[in-house]
Design a protein around this ligand. Structure first.
Ligand SMILES: Cc1cc2nc3c(=O)[nH]c(=O)nc-3n(C[C@H](O)[C@H](O)[C@H](O)COP(=O)(O)OP(=O)(O)OC[C@H]3O[C@@H](n4cnc5c(N)ncnc54)[C@H](O)[C@@H]3O)c2cc1C
Length: 455
């Protein structure tokens, strides 16, 4: 039985980032990545058709996270990326059936039409409210600190990231950094002010950009996969310690390694690790469908990222990206590409619709908000098979269990979709942590981040 120093299970961005960091930090180790699919990349997959370029999964990530920036620099991809800077591209929110521009900076909320005068005054309630005890949902927490008036904005933020439900997602699991500021400073606004000052002193303030590639996001995983030993078509269905090593049962021969990094989406990991008795068997997921539409460009689509819709608007579409505005070249000359998202945690039933019905309901919805030409010249309905894990009420128990598992089983580390977050930047950060845990009794402590932009 061939033996490796490290086996990484899963060749999505998490597993590939682990392999990348390992090669740079521990080149002496032999590393094998095992992947059940025929190709690497996991959820990240681009779709090109009739001159349009769409994405099955992620549509980009912000360029403000150290680990992802390091990967781009190491792979010499920095000069190839396409950038849509937040400062230049407007985001919109659907309110009372119209698109309203979202403030680019938090203070601009005070002059925006998105909040009523009372809701603006109520924001200051944060300064005199004690930290909220217990483990609130995001909705409960936001209403307590800032008043119910902010809920449509928070709802849209949660829709744009998790396609989730603010009345179910756990505040402590999704935004531990924000919770920490609240507890340390007795108010989020005070905490942010202090943090902002400290940041200015380090002169590190800049607004990030959303990035992707002219060839689609697949370019990132394809480049990252190069030069690593990857065994594709290899599904791991069992994992057990054997002396100082780990034995992996697969659909082929068993594999042996001193260290294993399980870089799988949380539900795949829970299935594999069932013998270690996790506190839950699976976490809820939210599935979405991407309706890609190409139109003759009549100039009606503004230069922006797109818009999001809070649930209280009662619309069919969760939000729509103005893809070719953000990343030119994704539509043929004189055409524009929009990608509308449907479904999410609150409306899985909508995904049951046929493609035809789906497209007709999406078009009816979009046309009430955007003066589009009569009919699209390109239509493709993409139904990503992977769901987005939801960090809801049991998530903290799950993280505590992972911590114990890693401490009790030297040589085992877990990262991947839905453990320490859900975005690509969360994956690269968590991959670095998992790699740092190799050969140690426990993973190094990490201060929770305060992410300034959630969508
Ligand atoms: C529809 C959608 C839209 C998204 N949009 C964004 C976005 O705009 N921006 C953003 O930053 N993030 C976005 N995300 C999240 C982002 O895609 C994920 O953070 C990231 O791709 C997860 O990577 P991963 O490697 O952890 O998991 P995956 O990509 O799922 O990779 C896991 C790999 O493990 C393999 N595998 C599973 N089980 C086994 C097994 N037993 N043995 C061997 N191999 C196995 C799978 O085949 C897969 O290749 C989106 C996700 C989805 C689903």
């Amino acid at each position: 039985m061939a033996e490796k120093d490290v086996i990484i299970i899963g060749a999505g961005i998490s597993g590939l980032a682990c392999a990348h960091f390992l090669r740079r930090q521990r080149p002496e180790l032999s590393v094998l990545v095992v992947e059940k699919a025929d190709q690497a990349g996991g959820v990240i997959r681009s779709h090109s058709e009739q001159g349009y370029l769409c994405e099955w999964g992620p549509h980009g990530f912000l360029d403000n996270k150290e680990e992802s920036r390091e990967i781009l620099a190491d792979l010499d991809l920095i000069h190839e990326v396409q950038r849509a800077p937040l400062a230049e591209f407007q985001r919109y929110l659907c309110r009372q059936g119209r698109l309203v521009a979202l403030p680019q900076k938090p203070l601009e909320l005070l002059t925006s039409k998105l909040l009523s005068p009372w809701a603006k005054v109520r924001l200051l309630g944060d300064l005199c409210r004690k930290p909220l005890a217990g483990h609130p949902t995001i909705g409960e927490w936001a209403a307590y600190r800032f008043g119910k008036g902010v809920l449509p904005l928070v709802d849209a933020a949660v829709t744009g990231t998790f396609s989730g439900d603010l009345d179910r997602l756990s505040m402590d699991a999704v935004m531990p950094g924000v919770r920490r500021l609240e507890v340390e400073h007795g108010s989020l606004l005070r905490g942010l002010k202090k943090k902002g000052r400290a940041k200015k002193e380090k002169s590190a303030t800049f607004l990030p950009a959303m990035i992707n590639f002219p060839q689609g996001l697949e370019k990132l995983v394809q480049t990252l996969a190069k030069g690593h030993e990857i065994k594709s078509g290899c599904e791991v269905h069992g994992l057990a310690p054997q002396g100082e090593q780990w034995q992996l049962a697969t659909n082929g021969k068993p594999l042996l390694a001193r260290h294993v990094i399980c870089a799988l989406p949380v539900n795949s990991a829970l299935r594999l690790l069932a013998p270690f008795q996790p506190p839950v068997q699976q976490v809820p997921e939210s599935f979405i469908c991407n309706v890609s539409l190409g139109f003759v460009d009549n100039g009606a689509i503004p230069k922006g990222f797109g818009y999001l819709t809070p649930e209280c608007e009662g619309r069919f579409v969760l939000g729509c990206m103005f893809t070719s505005r953000m990343f030119p070249g994704r539509a043929p000359q004189g055409r524009v590409l929009l990608e509308a998202l449907v479904g999410g945690r609150r409306h899985p039933e909508r995904l049951e619709l046929s493609d035809e019905e789906m497209v007709s309901r999406v078009l009816a919805d979009l046309k009430q908000l955007l003066p589009l030409p009569e009919a699209p010249e390109f239509v493709r309905v993409l139904r990503p098979p992977s769901g987005i894990p939801q960090l809801e009420k049991d998530h903290l128990d799950l993280l505590a269990w992972r911590s114990e598992l890693e401490q009790e089983n030297r040589g085992l580390a877990l990262c991947g979709f839905g453990w320490d977050g859900i975005g690509i930047n969360d994956m690269t950060r968590s991959a670095r942590q998992a790699v740092a845990a190799i050969g140690k009794d426990r993973r190094p402590d990490q201060t929770p981040e305060v992410k300034p932009v959630y969508f």
